[in-house]
Design a protein around this ligand. Structure first.
Ligand code: PLP
Length: 423
């Protein structure tokens, strides 16, 4: 920390102006009030949203948007889905929160459902958290409890922003301001089997953390061959394979979990969040089999809100609806269709479509993805640019082909407008 930074630490001077709510504004001026009231972590909000229904949201000016991002792979059932509303209302009327000295039926039921969907063997178990980062923190602790000193993560990984999750995240810009991070983590080139074999050979690696599709890195699948090698080598060396399915889980790829696209592949630990609560904060860690079950002993980890009955009720509503409405198959169908339609544009700026189901990255030949996303917003489509040359689509899983068609039809004009922006 620089000397100048240190001098700033004591906080606001005693005579600093005091915040006053609303500062005399009406319902307008929300952007200004945001800047006054919130820390500048996310920069300025692109829009202030007022409501959502299905796959659409409206901003405070009443402008409508087709939500092709779903809160970044969160709003699995879209906005204000009746199944979630009814589950939350019923649960809130019945029992809203208990301490973790107690348990509730929804918490137990959600854990059982997740284990079943994951095909987890006897002796498996679930720990509930509130976010993806927190789920990865718990997985990090499980790894530490093996007693082995080294943990491996992959190039371009993203596992969250809390200190442990950040230690597993490769991006230097996210890490550097917060050094020193928890130690013992090494990064391997994703896809490099030889490097993996060499790193595991000494037998002192507790765990390898990997995302089956690296979402924040631009929707980059690790690929079946590398995932199989990860499983084989970690098993051979008694190392835990931790799959972070925070972004890829809960039907997003047309499978309950992305790794299930690969016959017979099962991790030792899996982390979930995002789509699991369909817009309400739920995270989970699944440990597979008896060997992992007792690594975290009673009293070694905990959380106030994890497993909260309202959060669990939301998770159950998401799973129930995905099942009842056959949405996994729907995701596979519309995902394949929109990928094919984007490629069929044969647009010179579109190089490829990566990903699976409804987690898709449209690769661009030029670094204009941020401009395209800005043009899309102006045209009424919400999507984002995880890197300079990728557009990410992660819409609600209920989205129809007709809605996706409107985006594909608009895409050439958005690309043209974005190219003009840069000139
Ligand atoms: N892991 C992955 C793969 C993610 O994509 C994210 C968020 O984008 C996280 C972890 C962190 O989740 P959260 O933002 O809920 O803490």
């Amino acid at each position: 920390m620089s000397e100048q930074d240190q001098k700033k630490l004591p906080g606001a001077a005693p005579d600093a102006p005091v915040h006053s709510a609303g500062a005399g504004e009406g319902t307008g001026g929300l952007a200004e009030r945001y800047r006054e009231a919130l820390l500048p972590v996310f920069g300025s909000p692109q829009r202030i949203l007022a409501r959502g229904a299905g796959v659409r949201v409206w901003d405070t000016d009443g402008t409508e948007y087709l939500d092709l991002l779903g809160g970044i792979a969160v709003n699995a059932l879209g906005h204000a889905h009746p199944a979630i509303l009814s589950a939350l209302t019923k649960q809130a009327e019945t029992l809203g929160h208990v301490s973790n000295f107690f348990a509730t039926a929804p918490q137990i039921e959600l854990a059982e459902k997740l284990l079943t969907l994951a095909g987890a063997p006897a002796g498996s178990g679930v720990f509930f958290a509130n976010s993806g980062s927190e789920a990865n923190e718990a997985a990090f602790k499980i790894a530490r409890r093996t007693g082995r000193p080294r943990i491996l993560a992959l190039s371009n990984s993203f596992h969250g922003r809390t200190m442990g999750a950040l230690a597993l995240t490769s991006k230097e810009a996210y890490r550097a301001p917060f050094e020193p991070l928890p130690g013992g983590v090494e990064f391997l080139e994703a896809g490099d089997e030889r490097a993996l074999a060499e790193a595991l050979a000494p037998g002192d690696v507790a765990a390898v953390f990997a995302e089956p599709i690296q979402g924040e890195a631009g929707v980059r699948p690790l690929g079946g061959e590398y995932l199989r090698a990860l499983r084989r080598l970690t098993r051979d060396h008694g190392t835990l394979l931790v799959l972070d399915e925070v972004q890829t889980g809960m039907g997003r790829t047309g499978h309950w979990f992305a790794h299930q696209a690969i016959e017979g592949l099962q991790p030792d630990v899996m982390t979930l969040a995002k789509g699991l609560g369909g817009g309400f904060p739920v995270g989970a860690v699944l440990s597979f089999g008896a060997d992992v079950h007792d690594l975290l002993q009673p009293g070694q980890h905990g959380t106030t809100f994890g497993g909260n009955p309202l959060a669990a009720a939301a998770g159950l509503a998401v799973i129930g609806t995905l099942l009842e409405e056959g949405l996994l198959e729907h995701v596979r169908t519309v995902g394949a269709q929109v990928s094919a339609d984007v490629l069929a544009l044969e647009h010179p700026l579109i190089t490829e479509v990566r990903g699976d189901g409804l987690l898709l990255g449209i690769g661009l030949a030029q670094p204009i993805a941020k401009q395209v996303a800005a043009e899309a917003l102006e045209a009424g489509f919400i999507l984002n640019a995880p890197d300079e040359s990728t557009l990410r689509l992660a819409p609600p899983l209920i989205i129809t082909s007709a809605d996706l068609d409107t985006f594909v039809a608009a895409l050439p004009d958005l690309l043209t407008a974005a190219t003009a922006d840069g000139e």
